[in-house]
Design a binder for this molecule. Structure first.
Ligand SMILES: [Zn+2]
Ligand SMILES: [Zn+2]
Ligand SMILES: [Zn+2]
Length: 150
């Protein structure tokens, strides 16, 4: 059991029930969207709103306890920040996301050809593709999806 209140206080933030419940929920629900997080946090705080979730999770992102992940046009996802610089594989069909270790280990693990004068500290790497169960489903469409020609 992680002592979230002391982790929160160590960042200078106040430890609130909403912040603790959000971190506890995220620990069991990696790569959750705000909606998924809301459903989970409501188990312990039934009155919490989606607006509160956004506010709470952003405060945790700001202090580095939570990592925010963006996968193109889909909703942002959140996970506990482990500072391991791991990357992600993403199935475009079902939206499944899994962790993959960084081959280099520490950030930034690659550098651009041109930095335009910026000091680069992170490279977000997402491998997009199609997972094997989605590929199987595409190869073997279910009867309902099969077009029957007369
Ligand atoms: Zn898939
Ligand atoms: Zn991850
Ligand atoms: Zn890397």
């Amino acid at each position: 059991m992680i002592d979230w209140p002391s982790h929160i206080r160590a960042t200078g933030l106040r430890s609130t029930r909403q912040r603790v419940a959000t971190l506890e929920s995220l620990a069991g629900l990696p790569h959750a969207t705000a909606d998924e997080l809301l459903n989970q946090v409501r188990q312990s705080l039934p009155a919490i709103t989606i607006q509160s979730i956004y506010t709470v999770v952003q405060s945790l992102v700001d202090v580095g306890l939570v990592r925010k992940l963006e996968f193109g046009p889909t909703a942002a996802r959140f996970e506990i920040q482990h500072f391991d610089n791991h990357h992600h594989v993403h199935c475009r069909v079902c939206g499944r996301i899994e962790d993959v270790p960084c081959q280099h280990g520490s950030a930034p693990c690659m550098s651009p050809v041109e930095t335009h004068g910026m000091v680069i500290d992170t490279a977000d790497v997402v491998y997009h593709g199609t997972c094997t169960s989605c590929l199987d489903a595409l190869d073997h469409p279910t009867v309902g999806d099969t077009k029957v020609s007369a």
